[in-house]
Design a protein around this ligand. Structure first.
Ligand code: ZN
Length: 314
């Protein structure tokens, strides 16, 4: 697969379609991606050269050798010692080699052929003839599977190869196609490209003016409901930011309607501590801040408010 990573991705048919040849002594392919396992040629058969005739000329090749399988509806058939020959244009299947390795024989007529089991004569594989060549066509779903064969690699690489899918989709693809992965799937692993590519809004530019005194301006924001409750049953989180000091208070709440009660407690505490009164609130248009009770409370205590767009507490 190391080689297959460096070659241009071929069309699926180039990976899985084989021409049947009676004159060839070995199976041959120009593309190592067609094989499920590849290794340098010399490892298996030493330093002897192999001669391959291409366009009536003889070439010497000492490239890779590997093996793969043809998956059929009745099982898998082996293609052993497939030579990787860059000069050929079509994958070539040697009838002699194939028959020997899979204990089968070929029956051919003008338009088609059948591969049958030696013992029972059961049809293992069929193919058709076009342009004077006999072709084996594997199932489309097999060609997809062949594309995933190869060395184990990291979750980051698979995430990128698959086009940066969401974690849920990524997990389904990994499990369904049994992609070779180093270690186990980690759903918390972050990808720094995804947020850049998928965010639909530019960040707000930073503001340089701040309130002159503490409690002159407070920013209130409520987040929730959280998809997961805390151990104490909290599902909402209220943050109160002091615009002058940037001091932040954070309150977990069990329900949305607790906002007013929490703010009353906060107001009492902070005003006593700083010996000042709250003058203005920056709130979003969420219902918890624009309820009649909340607005009445602000009015009664002389606190003015500004409303920003929903979901933009910035
Ligand atoms: Zn990503």
């Amino acid at each position: 697969m190391a080689e297959s990573n460096t070659v241009t991705a071929p069309k699926p048919s180039e990976l899985t379609n084989w021409c049947v040849g009676s004159g060839a002594t070995h199976h041959m392919t120009s593309n190592p991606s067609a094989l499920s396992y590849v290794q340098p040629y010399k490892v298996i058969v030493g330093s002897s050269a192999i001669y391959v005739a291409v366009h009536s000329e003889l070439y010497i090749f000492l490239y890779n050798i590997g093996h793969t399988q043809l998956d059929t509806s009745t099982g898998s058939l082996n293609l052993h010692e497939v030579l990787c020959v860059p000069a050929i244009r079509k994958n070539l299947l040697s009838i002699g080699r194939f028959s020997k390795d899979n204990h089968c024989y070929f029956e051919m007529d003008a338009n088609s052929f059948r591969v049958k089991d030696n013992k029972a004569g059961k049809v293992l594989l069929t193919g058709s003839s076009s342009g004077g060549l006999y072709h084996i066509h594997t199932e489309p779903e097999i060609s997809e599977k062949l594309g995933f064969y190869g060395e184990k690699t990291t979750q980051e690489v698979w995430h990128a190869r698959l086009g940066h899918p969401s974690q849920a989709v990524f997990r389904v693809l990994l499990n369904k196609h049994k992609l070779p992965l180093h270690g186990s799937f980690d759903s918390h692993k972050a990808c720094h490209i995804c947020p850049l590519g998928k965010s639909f809004k530019l960040p707000f530019s930073s503001r340089h003016s701040h309130a002159q005194q503490p409690l002159d301006l407070l920013h209130l924001d409520l987040w929730g409901p959280s998809p997961v409750s805390s151990n104490f049953g909290y599902r909402y989180y209220l943050s109160i930011v002091n615009d002058c000091t940037r001091f932040v208070r954070f309150y977990p709440l069990t329900k949305k309607s607790d906002v007013l009660g929490t703010f009353v407690i906060f107001k009492r505490m902070v005003e006593k501590r700083l010996n000042r009164t709250i003058k203005m609130l920056q709130i979003d248009g969420g219902g918890e801040f624009t309820s009649r009770m909340f607005l009445n409370f602000l009015r009664e205590h002389g606190i003015s408010h500004q409303i920003s767009c929903p979901y933009t507490p910035q």
